[in-house]
Design a protein around this ligand. Structure first.
Ligand code: COA
Ligand code: MG
Length: 310
């Protein structure tokens, strides 16, 4: 069993590769799959879960597998994830049988209940990797960590749980159904307090687990003002990207989550200043105090830039 700190380190190197926009595409729709490729999204989430009717599950699995085979891992194409059905849905095994042999970058796990569920899914992936001559640990996991009330109380358990953990995200629709909320939004479009709490806890959980935090969807895809506001607030708080449900949302998300040139310049200056003064714990740049947390943040930003442009 690897130590928790070596898991965190390995996980960090696997996850330093930013996705600003992650577009959901129902995997039973060849038309939308084709559109997704041209959308400019950094990642596509081929959906087998909530956007797929019960009778269309098998055709969605086949659609996802074919798409992964045709486009997975190719330079210049978006990163490909598959959202499977929940572990207790009775559908997850068949989902994994169909898509794991095609080696998606990650499996998105809905209704995740904590680190133990990530480990449980990891074991299922390990078996399929071995059966298909794929290297152990190749397929990552991206849990949706807030879809049940019980999950809110296990948020700290993702830290160190699995080197497969690639990022984390949250969702408000299933959580609303689970707690019996009439709505998850206020009249002005903002999330109501229980859902803001879920968002914020997930943000801390992702930071504690040393993976990127991805913001939830804005379902009202014609409201560009609301989308932009959510993106700006998410970036301000430390999220590195956001999920989308419509191609029209991608450009706005990519725009807001692309760090501005002056931030990049400043990060380069901070890294250079510490490189020039290897013994220093604290330095001054442009009249402001710079110490280790600033250096860490600067390096993180430069890693993200390298990933976006690479
Ligand atoms: N991915 C790829 N292409 C998409 C898309 C998506 N998520 N959503 C829409 N498109 C395509 C449409 O097929 C259409 O293409 P066409 O002109 O070639 O037919 C074009 O973009 C414009 O779509 P539009 O007419 O504005 O929307 P719509 O009414 O066809 O679809 C939704 C609206 C909500 C049904 C659709 O956006 C969708 O399926 N979103 C994803 C839903 C999902 O995955 N939910 C689960 C996660 S919460
Ligand atoms: Mg759902």
């Amino acid at each position: 069993m690897p130590s928790s700190s070596s898991v965190l380190l390995e996980q960090f190197f696997l996850s330093v590769s930013t996705m600003r926009s992650l577009l959901f595409v129902p995997a039973d729709s060849p038309r939308k799959l084709a559109k997704g490729l041209e959308s400019g999204a950094d990642a596509l989430i081929l959906d087998l879960e909530d956007s797929i009717a019960p009778l269309a599950k098998e055709s969605a699995r086949m659609g996802a597998a074919e798409f992964l085979q045709a486009h997975g891992g190719r330079a210049g194409t978006p990163r490909l994830l598959v959202r499977i059905n929940a572990l207790d849905s009775g559908l997850a095994e068949a989902d994994l049988d169909a898509v794991a042999p095609c080696a998606p970058w990650a499996v998105m796990l809905p209704k995740a209940g904590g680190g133990a569920d990530v480990q449980h899914l990891g074991a299922k992936l390990a078996v399929r990797e071995a059966e298909n001559d794929l290297s152990d640990g190749l397929i990552g996991i991206l849990p949706i960590a807030t879809e049940t009330a019980a999950a809110i109380f296990t948020m700290g358990s993702y830290r160190g749980a699995s080197r497969r953990l690639r990022a984390m995200t949250w969702g408000a629709e299933d959580l609303a159904a689970d707690i019996g909320a009439q709505t998850n939004r206020l009249a002005n479009g903002e999330f109501s307090p229980p859902f803001q709490l879920a968002r914020n806890l997930m943000l801390f959980a992702a930071a504690a687990a040393e993976v990127e935090a991805v913001d939830t969807i804005c379902a009202n895809f014609r409201d560009e003002t609301l989308l932009r506001r959510e993106c700006v607030e998410a970036r301000r708080d430390g999220f590195t990207g956001k999920m989308a449900i419509h191609p029209a949302q991608v450009a706005i998300i990519n725009d807001v989550f692309m760090p501005p040139a002056e931030d990049i310049e400043r990060a380069r200056a901070i890294v250079a200043a510490f490189a020039d003064n290897p013994g220093a714990g604290v330095l001054a740049i442009d009249g402001a105090m710079i110490d280790r947390p600033h250096l860490r943040q600067a390096r993180r930003l430069l890693d993200r830039i390298a990933a976006i442009s690479g």
